[in-house]
Every structure is written in C-alpha cells, then in structure tokens.
Design a protein. Structure first.
Length: 338
C-alpha cells in the first residue's frame, strides 16, 4: 500500500467495515442456531449487565477483517498475523468453553507477545528522559506491557461499546500520529483497526446484539499495545510516553484494581463490581450511556496526548492528571453508592 494513496485508504476502510460487520452478523446467527459462544443471563459473573443471551464472539469479525485485508493488500507481516491469532485464541477458547484457566491464558498471551516482540523488534528500551534500558530489560518490559494491556482491555469490557469505542478512539489517535510521522505500517494497521472496530460497534452499540468477548478484548489490547511499542521505538520523534498517556484509562484501571484487591485481601484475578464503569452504571442505570460517559472522560486526555506527542514531561503530567481526576471521581462514586 502506498502511504499517500487515498484510494487505497478508502478501500481499506470500506472493506474492513463490511468484513467485520458481515462476519459478526453471521456469528450472531450461528451462535443462536447452535448455542455456542453465548453469554447466558443466568451466569454468576459480577460483570454481567445484560438480560438476553448474547453471542460473545464479536472479536471474530475484527480478526477476520485484519487477516483478509493484510492478505489482500499484500502488506503481510507473518509475525504480526501469527501473534494476533495466538493472542486471540487465548480468549476465544475461554469464550467457547469458559474453562481455560487465567494462568493458561497468560502463557498463551506471552507466547503471542514474544513472537511479535522478537519478530518485529518491538522491545521498549527508550524511556527518556527517565531511563534507557538494556536490550533484554526492554524485551521484558515490552512483554509485560503488552500482556498487561491485553488484560486491561478485557477489564474495561463491561458495557455495550465501552472497550470497542475506547479502542476506536485509540486507533484514531495512533492513525493521526502515524500519518503525521509517515510510519506506513502503523498507519495501515490502525486504519484496519478503525474500520473493523466500527463494523463490530454497528452491532454492539447501543443495543448489544453481540459482545466483544475475551478473544476480542485481548486482541484489541494486543494490537494497540504492539503498535504503540513499535511507534515509540522507531526514533521518529514521538515520546515513549505517548502510549501511556493515550492508554492511561485501562492501564490505571488494572493497576488500581490490583491495588485495592490486595488491600482488601481479595484475589487479583477474580472479577468484581468495583471498577469505575460499574460504579457509574450503578448511579445512572444505563448501559450505553455508561460507555459514552467513559469515552467523554477520556477524550480530552487523548487529544492532549496527540497534541503533545513529542513532549515527555507533558505526557507524564497528562497521565498523572488523569489518575488524580480518576481517583476523585472514583471516591465520590464509591461514597455515594455505599
């Protein structure tokens, strides 16, 4: 694909959207007919907020869209496609059977992440102006960060459009930055992410006809984290802290969830109803509005991250500011709901 080809970009967006939409529509029909990939209303998961048995295999449409478009436009990176497939399967197996242990999912995600990090030189060594890491430490940080973002995206996947809409916003940010800096692979991949996520959201938001599922959430988190890792290390002028600033919401959500669970002597792997999005929902009792409010909360921080993509300390400050405001809102909601 030529970077400057508007014709190609339009076809990518159209193809990505339609492939994802059509595949998701077929998955809905298959799930209903054969009763597979169904998130039932009688399960005991605390993050369940729907009243109709619904397919949780929405990630399949996004995966198929990525796979087909990469092959059609002959911009195939085998490491990338193989890594996506492995990480996606770590969640899809759970969506299908609900029997895969957290440890098994973690190992599968580490395998996929390792293939991408080594195959695409995505180690995170440059954390200027704070520190520059040696190569193997950068590899370890990249693996930890990518797997962490996979699971962070799954944590925020609780309401119609929440994880999908947030991912769409991040892909837009990455596409803008990649376009400005002329990083072809990142731009190409983020455009596919935008189109395929929109195809999924057409059925997911606001009515929730299909859910992203663990497979879709892990996959979107993986793709976003990998793109940000590659972008930050390409020496094209962008700060290594851009990725943190644009992804601070799911990153802080998972970090704070682990902190409060440890303090409350609860398992760090068990789901609960004490996330920001669940506290907001308990206040307004509206599923799609909950996602919309989270989008709007994140929007100014994402815009600022793009505007100041070159400025290390400003991006660090944006992340810190988000955490402070998050905690103020969280404590206020917690006290009002108790």
């Amino acid at each position: 694909m030529e970077f400057s080809s508007n014709h190609s970009i339009i076809w990518i967006i159209l193809a990505g959207f339609l492939i994802s939409l059509l595949t998701s529509s077929i998955i809905i029909l298959i799930s209903k007919k054969f009763h597979i990939f169904i998130d039932k209303i009688d399960n005991l998961k605390p993050q369940r907020f729907h009243n109709i048995p619904t397919s949780r295999a929405g990630g399949i449409g996004i995966f198929v869209s990525f796979f087909i478009i990469f092959l059609i436009f002959k911009d195939t990176n085998l490491y990338f496609l193989l890594a996506i497939a492995i990480v996606f399967c770590s969640g899809l197996l759970e969506d299908f059977s609900t029997s895969l242990s957290p440890k098994a999912r973690l190992y599968i995600q580490l395998l996929g992440s390792a293939i991408a990090v080594f195959g695409m030189q995505a180690s995170i060594t440059n954390l200027s102006p704070i520190i520059t890491l040696p190569y193997f430490a950068g590899i370890a940080l990249a693996l930890f960060g990518i797997v962490g973002v996979c699971n962070a995206m799954n944590i925020i996947d609780g309401f119609n459009g929440l994880a999908g809409g947030f991912s769409l916003m991040v892909f837009l940010c990455i596409a803008i930055v990649a376009f400005i800096l002329k990083v072809d692979f990142i731009f190409f991949t983020s455009i596919i992410g935008i189109a395929s996520t929109m195809g999924f959201l057409a059925l997911n938001f606001p009515k929730g006809k299909i859910f992203l599922g663990d497979g879709g959430a892990y996959m979107l988190g993986f793709i976003i984290a990998l793109l940000l890792a590659i972008l930050a290390q390409k020496n094209v002028g962008i700060s290594a802290w851009f990725g943190l600033a644009v992804m601070i919401y799911p990153v802080w959500e998972v970090i704070y969830s682990m902190i409060r669970r440890v303090l409350n002597k609860k398992s760090t792997t068990e789901p609960d109803k004490e996330h920001l999005h669940t506290l907001i929902y308990s206040k307004i009792k509206n599923n799609p509005l909950t996602a919309t409010l989270i989008w709007l909360f994140n929007l100014p921080f994402m815009v600022l991250a793009v505007v100041f993509m070159h400025d290390d300390w400003i991006l660090i400050g944006i992340s810190i500011a988000f955490i402070i405001i998050y905690m103020l809102i969280y404590k206020k909601l917690l006290s009002s709901n108790s």
